[in-house]
Design a binder for this molecule. Structure first.
Ligand SMILES: [Zn+2]
Length: 461
C-alpha cells in the first residue's frame, strides 16, 4: 500500500499520515454558511477534500467524513430580512441549491452533514464545561473564552499574543476581561434567532458549532481537520482552544488547509465585481470541467482562475473521454489489469504525496496516450479500465455520454429556469437572462417569447 503523506499546518511539516484507528478514519471540514450560493473560491476546498475523502476510502476502506452547514449567522439574518422570508425558508432554499451544485461537481455526500441549529444543546454542553473549568466567563449575557488561560493559544496560526491584539482603532467591548477573548454565546435582539440557555436567551458565536458537531460525530480527538487557509485564524485556532479547554486534548492531529483562489490575478470582491458564483459557472460549464480546473493546481498553491484554464480543462476532458470511447469493454472489477499490462498506479502515488492533483491529472493523460497509441484491443480495454479506475479517485470521467449533449432537463427544471429568466429580465439583468436562454438552448430547449409569455419547445439537431 502507498503510504499517505500530508502537509500538516500544525507542525508546518510534511508528515506521514498515521491514523488513530485505521479501521475508521475520521475527518472534519468546515462547510458553507448558507445565505447564498458559494463562490468558486469556496468550491475549491469542497472539491479538494472530496478527493482526500475518496483517497482515504481507497486506502483504508472505512472513513467518517463530517462537513457542517452553518445556518446561524448575521449574514443569514440580513439576507432573509432583505428578501422578506423566514430564516428557515432561506437556509432550506440555499441548502437545496448547494446540494444540486455539489452533485454537479460530482462530490460524494459526506457521512454526516450536520446543521448548526440542530446542535444548540451540544454547543451549550461544551460552553458549560468551559465555564466550569474556568476557561470561560459570563458577562452581560455573553459567554466569553478566556484566551490567556490557555498556554499554547496561537499554536496553529503561529501568532504571538501581541500580534493578535486588535489595533487601537478597534473598539473593544467593555464586558471583555481581555481584548483577545472571543464570544461563545451572545444575547439576541428581538428579530434575531434565539434559544434559551442558562446564560439567557441568545445564540452561539461562530466557532463553537464546529467543536460541538465534530465531537458529536467524530469524538473529542480525530484524525484530520480541513478548511481554507483563511480559516486558520481565528476560526480554527479558537476551535482548538475550545476543545482543549473542554476536553483537555488536541482536537485533530492533522490540519490541512487549501490556498486562495484568484480571478485573473485579482482577489474576488464586490467592489471589483469579479465574484463568480458556483451556481453561475455551473450554468455555463459542465461540473466536471469546473472540478478539473479546481484540481489542476496543487491545493496549497494559489489558483488563478482564467477563461483559458477552463478551456484547457474542457480540452483535456474531451481527450480523456475520447480515449475511453475506444474501449469495447470496460471492466468494473479492474482486477488484475495492473499485472497484465505492467501498469502501476501512478495516480494514487501522486495523490499519496500530499494530494498532488496536478501530477495525478498528468498521469491520467499519460494513460490516455498509451490508449491512443495501442493497436491491441485487449490492451486498450485494460488501459481504459485502468484510466476509469484511477480517474474515480479524482471524481472524474463519471459521465456516460460526454459527447452527447442531450436534453436532460425535466419540465419542472425548465419552468423553474423560465421563472428565473423572467425575474432576471424584470430586474434588468439581461446578461443572466441570456445565460439562462443559452443554457436551455444547449440542452435543446428553445424559448419563444409570445404575448402570453414565453413558450418552449424541444429542438432537434
Ligand atoms: Zn469550522
Amino acid at each position: 500500500m502507498n503510504s499517505l503523506h500530508l502537509y500538516n499546518s500544525l507542525t508546518n511539516r510534511l508528515e506521514e499520515f498515521t491514523p488513530i484507528d485505521s479501521g475508521n478514519i475520521r475527518m472534519y471540514a468546515c462547510g458553507p454558511t448558507v445565505y447564498s450560493s458559494p463562490h468558486i473560491g469556496n468550491a475549491r476546498p469542497l472539491v479538494v477534500f472530496d478527493v482526500l475523502f475518496r483517497l482515504l476510502k481507497r486506502l483504508y476502506g472505512n472513513v467518517t467524513y463530517v462537513r457542517n452547514l452553518t445556518d446561524v449567522d448575521d449574514k443569514i439574518n440580513k439576507r432573509a430580512h432583505e428578501r422578506n422570508i423566514s430564516i428557515k425558508e432561506l437556509t432550506d432554499e440555499v441548502i437545496e441549491e448547494f446540494h444540486k451544485n455539489t452533485d454537479k461537481l460530482n462530490l460524494l455526500r459526506p457521512t454526516y452533514e450536520p446543521r448548526a441549529t440542530f446542535h444548540i444543546k451540544e454547543m451549550l454542553d461544551i460552553i458549560n464545561l468551559l465555564v466550569q473549568s474556568g476557561f470561560a466567563y459570563i458577562a452581560e449575557g455573553h459567554v466569553l473564552f478566556r484566551v490567556k488561560k490557555l498556554e499554547n493559544y496561537g499554536q496553529l496560526s503561529k501568532r504571538s499574543l501581541e500580534d493578535m491584539i486588535p489595533g487601537s482603532r478597534v473598539e473593544v467591548a467593555p464586558y471583555k476581561e481581555d481584548p483577545l477573548d472571543f464570544v461563545l454565546w451572545k444575547p439576541s435582539n428581538e428579530n434575531e434567532p434565539s434559544w434559551d440557555s442558562p446564560f439567557g436567551k441568545g445564540r452561539p458565536g461562530w466557532h463553537i458549532e464546529c467543536s460541538a458537531m465534530s465531537s458529536k460525530y467524530l469524538g473529542k480527538q480525530f484524525d484530520i481537520h480541513a478548511g481554507g487557509q483563511d480559516l486558520i485564524f481565528p476560526h480554527h485556532e479558537n476551535e482548538i482552544a475550545q476543545n482543549f479547554g473542554a476536553f483537555g486534548c488536541l482536537m485533530a492531529n492533522y490540519w490541512i488547509h487549501n490556498g486562495l483562489l484568484l480571478v485573473n490575478n485579482q482577489k474576488m470582491s464586490k467592489s471589483l465585481g469579479n465574484i463568480i458564483s458556483l451556481d453561475e459557472i455551473l450554468r455555463k460549464y459542465d461540473g466536471e470541467i469546473i472540478r478539473y480546473v479546481l484540481l489542476s493546481t496543487h491545493y496549497q498553491k494559489t489558483l488563478n482562475w482564467t477563461d483559458q484554464i477552463v478551456n484547457q480543462a474542457k480540452l483535456a476532458l474531451d481527450r480523456l473521454y475520447g480515449a475511453l470511447e475506444s474501449a469495447t469493454e470496460i471492466s468494473g472489477d479492474a482486477g488484475n489489469f495492473e499485472g497484465k499490462i505492467g501498469f502501476e498506479s501512478k495516480v494514487t502515488e501522486a495523490l499519496c504525496n500530499n494530494l498532488n492533483t496536478s501530477l495525478a491529472l498528468q498521469e491520467l493523460s499519460k494513460i490516455a496516450d498509451k490508449i491512443y497509441k495501442s493497436n491491441d484491443q485487449v490492451e486498450k480495454n485494460l488501459l481504459c479500465s485502468a484510466l476509469k479506475k484511477e480517474a474515480e479517485i479524482l471524481g472524474l470521467l463519471a459521465r456516460k455520454n460526454w459527447f452527447q449533449k442531450e436534453a436532460k432537463l425535466s419540465e419542472e427544471e425548465i419552468s423553474k429556469l423560465l421563472n428565473e429568466r423572467a425575474q432576471a429580465k424584470a430586474g434588468k439583468n439581461f446578461q443572466k437572462a441570456d445565460e439562462i436562454r443559452n443554457y436551455l438552448l444547449q440542452n435543446k430547449i428553445k424559448i419563444e417569447d409570445t404575448k402570453d409569455g414565453p413558450v418552449w419547445k424541444v429542438i432537434s439537431e
